[in-house]
Design a protein around this ligand. Structure first.
Ligand SMILES: [Mg+2]
Ligand SMILES: [Zn+2]
Length: 194
């Protein structure tokens, strides 16, 4: 398939339970634990020319559990871990909001909390991504909901909350694929590109 003249594809990648272990509210960089296959999966996307855009709901900011600064420190640490394996994430986007938040400036309904399309629209604006040629990967149905909201394909992974989520699909929402983990998602996506 010719890529000429087309806007780039991306994988909109969930963080907790998909790229790194789900540990509840992640409030310190020392608690970041990549799954053993995560670096290989990201490197495979890098080599295939698929942009990797991390999109994560971080309502812990609105709830007052940690600050945006902490989230940025976590992402800097994550970038270092991936760089050690010659892999990189092209952009790190997060939603700091929640309607029931305690911190006034973040306590609101927004359009960037997944499955809202705000973070993907930002990637479209800032990185020129074509969501219609892209994929969302995550361990929650809201990640699949995001895919639906932006016209991307959605892949549910069985890590994190994924096994539980697989057993209780919401009415009217189905994943394009359900796979064991992120490397399974990478295999599925890269096969689709051939
Ligand atoms: Mg998740
Ligand atoms: Zn938001």
């Amino acid at each position: 398939m010719s890529e000429a003249g087309l806007r780039p594809r991306a994988v909109f990648l969930d963080r907790d339970g998909t790229l790194i272990e789900e540990v509840g509210y992640l409030d310190r960089p020392e608690r970041v634990a990549l799954y053993p296959w995560s670096t290989d999966a990201i490197r495979a996307f890098n080599r295939a020319g698929v942009r990797v855009v991390l999109v994560t709901n971080q309502s812990g900011i609105a709830r007052g559990f940690f600050t945006e600064e902490v989230v940025r420190t976590v992402h800097d640490h994550l970038a270092e871990l991936l760089a050690a394996g010659r892999a990189h994430i092209d952009a790190y986007y997060y939603c700091p909001h929640h309607p029931d938040g305690k911190i006034a400036e973040y306590a609101r309904k927004c359009d960037c909390r997944k499955p809202g399309p705000g973070l993907v629209e930002r990637a479209e604006r800032e990185l020129g991504i074509d969501p219609g040629r892209s994929f969302a990967v995550g361990d929650r149905w809201l990640d699949i909901g995001l895919a639906r909201a932006v016209g991307a394909r959605g892949i549910l992974v069985r890590t994190g909350y994924g096994v539980t989520e697989e057993g209780r699909p919401p009415e009217g929402l189905a994943a394009d694929a359900v796979v064991d983990n992120l490397i399974g998602a990478a295999s599925w996506i890269l096969k689709e590109l051939c």
